[in-house]
Design a protein around this ligand. Structure first.
Ligand code: GTP
Ligand code: MG
Length: 195
Protein backbone atom coordinates (compact mmCIF):
# COMPACT_ATOMS: atom_id res chain seq x y z
CA UNK A 1 0.00 0.00 0.00
CA UNK A 2 1.27 3.57 -0.22
CA UNK A 3 4.18 2.13 -2.11
CA UNK A 4 4.83 2.43 -5.79
CA UNK A 5 3.47 4.86 -8.28
CA UNK A 6 0.47 6.95 -7.43
CA UNK A 7 -1.89 7.32 -10.32
CA UNK A 8 -4.88 9.35 -11.35
CA UNK A 9 -7.63 6.91 -12.36
CA UNK A 10 -10.50 9.09 -13.50
CA UNK A 11 -12.64 12.13 -12.87
CA UNK A 12 -16.31 11.39 -12.40
CA UNK A 13 -19.22 13.77 -13.03
CA UNK A 14 -22.16 11.39 -12.47
CA UNK A 15 -22.80 8.32 -10.31
CA UNK A 16 -22.95 6.20 -13.47
CA UNK A 17 -19.30 7.08 -14.13
CA UNK A 18 -17.93 5.66 -10.86
CA UNK A 19 -15.32 2.92 -11.33
CA UNK A 20 -16.42 -0.67 -10.59
CA UNK A 21 -16.94 -1.18 -6.85
CA UNK A 22 -14.22 -3.82 -6.65
CA UNK A 23 -12.09 -2.51 -3.77
CA UNK A 24 -12.50 -0.34 -0.75
CA UNK A 25 -12.16 3.40 -0.92
CA UNK A 26 -11.79 6.34 1.42
CA UNK A 27 -12.82 9.86 0.47
CA UNK A 28 -11.81 13.35 1.47
CA UNK A 29 -14.69 15.76 2.01
CA UNK A 30 -14.69 19.29 3.32
CA UNK A 31 -15.40 22.92 2.61
CA UNK A 32 -13.89 24.45 -0.50
CA UNK A 33 -10.25 25.30 0.05
CA UNK A 34 -9.88 23.30 3.29
CA UNK A 35 -6.97 21.34 1.80
CA UNK A 36 -8.42 18.06 0.44
CA UNK A 37 -6.32 17.89 -2.71
CA UNK A 38 -3.18 18.97 -0.86
CA UNK A 39 -3.75 16.20 1.67
CA UNK A 40 -3.92 13.57 -1.09
CA UNK A 41 -0.67 14.89 -2.52
CA UNK A 42 0.95 14.69 0.92
CA UNK A 43 -0.39 11.18 1.56
CA UNK A 44 0.89 9.86 -1.75
CA UNK A 45 4.06 11.91 -1.64
CA UNK A 46 3.26 13.13 -5.13
CA UNK A 47 3.18 16.87 -5.68
CA UNK A 48 0.67 17.91 -8.30
CA UNK A 49 -1.16 14.55 -8.38
CA UNK A 50 -4.39 16.17 -7.20
CA UNK A 51 -4.72 19.74 -8.39
CA UNK A 52 -4.64 22.15 -5.47
CA UNK A 53 -5.08 25.89 -5.68
CA UNK A 54 -5.93 28.97 -3.74
CA UNK A 55 -9.20 29.37 -5.68
CA UNK A 56 -12.11 27.75 -3.80
CA UNK A 57 -13.85 25.31 -6.12
CA UNK A 58 -10.70 23.98 -7.75
CA UNK A 59 -11.80 20.32 -7.67
CA UNK A 60 -14.95 20.03 -9.75
CA UNK A 61 -15.25 16.27 -10.24
CA UNK A 62 -14.99 13.20 -8.05
CA UNK A 63 -11.37 12.30 -8.68
CA UNK A 64 -10.13 8.75 -8.16
CA UNK A 65 -6.50 8.00 -7.32
CA UNK A 66 -4.66 4.78 -6.54
CA UNK A 67 -1.35 3.85 -5.12
CA UNK A 68 -1.33 0.11 -5.58
CA UNK A 69 -4.30 -2.17 -6.24
CA UNK A 70 -5.84 -2.33 -2.73
CA UNK A 71 -7.84 0.84 -2.44
CA UNK A 72 -8.89 4.12 -3.96
CA UNK A 73 -8.33 7.58 -2.55
CA UNK A 74 -11.19 9.81 -3.60
CA UNK A 75 -10.86 13.59 -3.84
CA UNK A 76 -14.22 15.35 -3.70
CA UNK A 77 -15.39 18.78 -4.80
CA UNK A 78 -15.68 21.11 -1.84
CA UNK A 79 -18.91 22.31 -0.32
CA UNK A 80 -19.73 25.81 0.86
CA UNK A 81 -18.48 28.76 -1.12
CA UNK A 82 -16.95 28.05 -4.52
CA UNK A 83 -15.74 30.40 -7.19
CA UNK A 84 -18.03 28.98 -9.91
CA UNK A 85 -21.55 29.70 -11.26
CA UNK A 86 -24.40 28.61 -8.98
CA UNK A 87 -26.01 25.99 -11.28
CA UNK A 88 -22.60 24.35 -11.67
CA UNK A 89 -22.03 24.34 -7.92
CA UNK A 90 -25.49 22.88 -7.35
CA UNK A 91 -24.71 20.07 -9.76
CA UNK A 92 -21.52 19.12 -7.85
CA UNK A 93 -23.34 19.32 -4.55
CA UNK A 94 -26.00 16.90 -5.76
CA UNK A 95 -23.35 14.50 -6.95
CA UNK A 96 -21.41 14.86 -3.71
CA UNK A 97 -24.47 13.97 -1.65
CA UNK A 98 -25.36 11.02 -3.88
CA UNK A 99 -21.80 9.75 -3.60
CA UNK A 100 -21.57 10.16 0.18
CA UNK A 101 -24.84 8.36 0.77
CA UNK A 102 -24.73 5.75 -1.98
CA UNK A 103 -21.29 4.31 -2.56
CA UNK A 104 -21.16 0.75 -1.29
CA UNK A 105 -17.38 0.43 -1.12
CA UNK A 106 -16.88 3.73 0.73
CA UNK A 107 -15.19 2.48 3.88
CA UNK A 108 -14.61 5.77 5.65
CA UNK A 109 -15.09 9.44 4.85
CA UNK A 110 -12.47 11.80 6.12
CA UNK A 111 -14.15 15.12 6.86
CA UNK A 112 -11.55 17.87 6.74
CA UNK A 113 -11.89 20.83 9.05
CA UNK A 114 -9.70 23.91 8.75
CA UNK A 115 -7.77 24.17 12.02
CA UNK A 116 -8.19 27.94 12.00
CA UNK A 117 -11.95 27.94 11.55
CA UNK A 118 -13.37 24.83 13.22
CA UNK A 119 -16.66 23.06 12.49
CA UNK A 120 -19.16 25.21 10.55
CA UNK A 121 -22.88 24.62 9.93
CA UNK A 122 -22.17 23.23 6.42
CA UNK A 123 -19.79 20.70 7.96
CA UNK A 124 -22.51 19.61 10.36
CA UNK A 125 -24.90 19.15 7.44
CA UNK A 126 -22.46 16.77 5.78
CA UNK A 127 -21.86 14.97 9.08
CA UNK A 128 -25.62 14.51 9.49
CA UNK A 129 -25.87 13.11 5.98
CA UNK A 130 -23.12 10.62 6.86
CA UNK A 131 -24.94 9.74 10.10
CA UNK A 132 -28.12 8.96 8.22
CA UNK A 133 -26.25 6.93 5.59
CA UNK A 134 -24.27 5.07 8.30
CA UNK A 135 -20.94 5.98 6.74
CA UNK A 136 -18.27 6.17 9.42
CA UNK A 137 -16.42 9.43 9.23
CA UNK A 138 -13.29 10.74 10.85
CA UNK A 139 -12.28 14.37 11.19
CA UNK A 140 -8.96 15.59 9.91
CA UNK A 141 -7.86 19.01 11.07
CA UNK A 142 -5.93 20.75 8.30
CA UNK A 143 -3.49 23.67 8.03
CA UNK A 144 -2.42 23.24 11.64
CA UNK A 145 0.88 24.94 10.77
CA UNK A 146 -1.21 28.13 10.73
CA UNK A 147 -2.65 27.60 14.21
CA UNK A 148 -0.86 29.06 17.18
CA UNK A 149 0.05 26.66 19.99
CA UNK A 150 -2.08 28.58 22.44
CA UNK A 151 -5.21 28.14 20.26
CA UNK A 152 -4.71 24.49 19.57
CA UNK A 153 -6.48 22.92 22.56
CA UNK A 154 -9.55 25.13 22.22
CA UNK A 155 -9.85 24.10 18.59
CA UNK A 156 -9.48 20.39 19.37
CA UNK A 157 -12.15 20.75 22.05
CA UNK A 158 -14.57 22.54 19.73
CA UNK A 159 -14.28 19.79 17.16
CA UNK A 160 -14.48 17.03 19.76
CA UNK A 161 -17.68 18.43 21.23
CA UNK A 162 -19.32 18.61 17.79
CA UNK A 163 -18.26 15.04 16.97
CA UNK A 164 -19.85 13.79 20.17
CA UNK A 165 -23.27 14.65 18.73
CA UNK A 166 -22.77 12.55 15.57
CA UNK A 167 -23.32 8.80 15.84
CA UNK A 168 -21.29 8.03 12.69
CA UNK A 169 -18.27 10.01 13.89
CA UNK A 170 -15.12 8.12 14.79
CA UNK A 171 -14.09 9.78 18.06
CA UNK A 172 -10.40 10.28 17.32
CA UNK A 173 -9.36 13.03 14.95
CA UNK A 174 -6.15 13.45 13.03
CA UNK A 175 -4.22 16.70 13.31
CA UNK A 176 -2.35 17.52 10.12
CA UNK A 177 -0.34 19.95 8.09
CA UNK A 178 0.14 18.99 4.45
CA UNK A 179 2.67 21.77 4.25
CA UNK A 180 4.86 20.51 7.09
CA UNK A 181 3.96 16.82 6.85
CA UNK A 182 2.53 16.60 10.35
CA UNK A 183 0.03 13.79 10.88
CA UNK A 184 0.51 12.39 7.38
CA UNK A 185 2.14 9.12 8.50
CA UNK A 186 -0.63 8.67 11.07
CA UNK A 187 -3.32 9.14 8.45
CA UNK A 188 -1.57 6.71 6.12
CA UNK A 189 -1.50 4.03 8.76
CA UNK A 190 -5.19 4.59 9.53
CA UNK A 191 -6.00 4.02 5.85
CA UNK A 192 -3.74 0.95 5.67
CA UNK A 193 -5.55 -0.40 8.72
CA UNK A 194 -8.89 -0.15 6.90
CA UNK A 195 -7.83 -2.29 3.93
P1 GTP B 1 -11.28 22.72 -3.47
O1 GTP B 1 -10.85 21.69 -4.45
O2 GTP B 1 -11.42 24.07 -4.07
O3 GTP B 1 -12.50 22.32 -2.69
O4 GTP B 1 -10.08 22.92 -2.38
P2 GTP B 1 -9.26 21.82 -1.57
O5 GTP B 1 -9.97 21.47 -0.32
O6 GTP B 1 -8.87 20.68 -2.46
O7 GTP B 1 -7.98 22.65 -1.12
P3 GTP B 1 -6.51 22.66 -1.79
O8 GTP B 1 -5.80 21.40 -1.46
O9 GTP B 1 -6.64 23.04 -3.21
O10 GTP B 1 -5.81 23.80 -0.92
C1 GTP B 1 -6.32 25.10 -0.84
C2 GTP B 1 -5.22 26.06 -0.44
O11 GTP B 1 -4.78 25.77 0.89
C3 GTP B 1 -3.98 25.95 -1.31
O12 GTP B 1 -3.47 27.25 -1.52
C4 GTP B 1 -3.01 25.12 -0.49
O13 GTP B 1 -1.66 25.39 -0.75
C5 GTP B 1 -3.37 25.55 0.93
N1 GTP B 1 -3.10 24.48 1.92
C6 GTP B 1 -3.51 23.20 1.86
N2 GTP B 1 -3.06 22.49 2.92
C7 GTP B 1 -2.31 23.32 3.65
C8 GTP B 1 -1.56 23.19 4.88
O14 GTP B 1 -1.45 22.14 5.51
N3 GTP B 1 -0.95 24.32 5.34
C9 GTP B 1 -1.02 25.51 4.70
N4 GTP B 1 -0.40 26.54 5.26
N5 GTP B 1 -1.70 25.67 3.55
C10 GTP B 1 -2.34 24.60 3.03
MG1 MG C 1 -9.48 20.18 -4.33
Amino acid sequence: LFAGESEFVKGVVAMSGLPPADRMEVCFAGRSNVGKSSLINALTGTKGLARASNTPGRTQEINYFTQGPDHYLVDLPGYGYANAPLPVVEKWQRLLKQYLSGRQTLRRAFVLIDGRHGVKPVDEEIMSLLDSSAVTFQCVLTKMDKVKDKDRDAMLNQVRSKLATHPAAYPEMVVTSSEKGDGIATLRSIIVGLV
